[in-house]
Write a protein that binds this ligand. Structure first.
Ligand code: PAF
Length: 282
């Protein structure tokens, strides 16, 4: 496995590997089993002859003031081992100065899908994601890219980015990997104290209860979030709901007559830790 931390080496890796299918997994490190699943999926897509590239970069642009950029876990040594064990061929782990010159002056702005859900609570977050993903796609020159569907809105926005900026990259969304008690795996779970950790699986349980109600015929997009809120108040009193919303899975806007798939997305704070999860209604 090649470990590369500057753009010059990356370009030379890309030119040596020109013509070989490259499947890319962008990450911010602190890798866990969810990432391992993404890397294994990438390995499968790349096949024996392709390359799996993983980036590890805590992107300062996607953290707002007062968010956890400073304390975001950085575990490079363990990350390299996990990536290698799950089939990565190349790791790109640049320093911030390598990707972002101090006088950089070009920004990307997403103006529609990022106005709701997490985007409403984290202004500028998805612009930061779009900017870094654009740079990483340009640098890694991948044919495919793999993202987790836990970050449902992020995946929808990256689909839009690829479409609107004509990236020649095929996107693959991978189902959320969960702890045995249902909690979606996240690098941020390690911030939870014991009590919070014990209550956090209620997010998944509430989403499943809403999906069950939907399966039993409940179609009112306002009733389902209300049911989730009640469930969380009862089973996760330490949780503070940021939002719970049932929306069109493509547009992330209100469910309408043309909606083909509904997703319920939720963000819940435990202390200062913000956890997200979602469920598709099908
Ligand atoms: O999902 C993440 O870990 C990040 O948002 C991403 C896509 C690597 C961009 O920094």
């Amino acid at each position: 496995m090649n470990v590369i931390n500057n753009i010059r080496q990356l370009r030379s890796w890309s030119s040596i590997n020109k013509g070989t299918r490259c499947v890319f997994v962008p990450t911010m490190g602190a890798l866990h089993d969810g990432h391992a699943t993404l890397i294994r999926a990438a390995r499968e897509i790349a096949g024996q002859n392709g390359n799996v590239a993983v980036s590890i970069f805590v992107n300062p642009l996607q953290f707002g003031p007062g968010e956890d950029f400073g304390k975001y876990p950085r575990t490079l040594v363990e990350d390299l081992a996990l990536a290698r064990d799950n089939g990565a061929d190349m790791i790109f782990a640049p320093k911030a100065e390598e990707l972002f010159p101090a006088d950089r002056s070009i920004v990307l702005r997403e103006t529609s899908l990022s106005q709701f859900l997490c985007g409403a609570s984290r202004p500028g977050h998805f612009d930061g994601v779009c900017t870094v993903v654009t740079k990483l796609f340009n640098l890694v020159q991948c044919d495919d890219a793999v993202f987790g569907k836990k970050d449902y809105q992020q995946f929808a926005i990256i689909r839009r980015l690829v479409r609107d900026l004509d990236f020649n990259v095929v996107l693959h969304g991978i189902e959320t990997v969960r702890e045995a008690d249902g909690l979606a795996m996240s690098s941020r779970n390690r911030y939870l104290n014991d009590e919070e950790r014990a209550q956090a699986p209620a997010i998944r349980a509430a989403l499943v209860a809403a999906r069950d109600a939907w399966k039993n015929g409940e179609r009112d997009p306002a009733v389902l979030p209300a049911l989730i809120t009640r469930h969380l108040q009862e089973h996760a009193p330490l949780g503070r709901i940021d939002y719970v919303s049932a929306v069109d899975a493509n547009s992330l806007q209100a469910v309408s007559a043309t909606t083909e798939l509904v997703v319920i997305a939720a963000a819940v704070f435990f202390g200062t830790t913000r956890l997200i999860d979602n469920i598709e209604l099908k």
